[in-house]
Design a protein around this ligand. Sequence first.
Ligand SMILES: [Zn+2]
Ligand SMILES: [Zn+2]
Length: 143
Amino acid sequence: MKKINQISRQLLVDNNIPVTEPRLLFLEILLKNEGPLKIQEVIKFSKGKLAVSSLYRIINDLKDLNLINEFKTLENTKVIELVSLEGDHHHHVFCENCGAVYDFEFNNDLEKKLDKEIKNVESELNISVTSHSLELHGLCNNC
Ligand SMILES: [Zn+2]
Ligand SMILES: [Zn+2]
């Protein structure tokens, strides 16, 4: 198995952007966590090695390359996650109390049905749909 720092480096090299320490550190944090993270959490995990300003720059760079996804919690807090290396498709569930975010997947049948419905929407509205995101809201175990 490849080490996390090798994977981070490879991601940057494959996308033809300069390998810098802050970028590597940021990717390593996301890879280690294996789920969505808020900006504050990334800052915390970086143990002071990533400044907020450079973090936002890194996020923008990597978002442009489609390496990461960005979305918002119910309280409008920015959340980022690594676009899966296997290109999987998943959804998010938000805790309405503490703001925790979790990944989950629907079974394939439901996804296929969704795609079918979306085809109907496309022809109804005469638009071309490129992707969907669907979120659930509730209360987590700790709340
Ligand atoms: Zn909660
Ligand atoms: Zn889906």
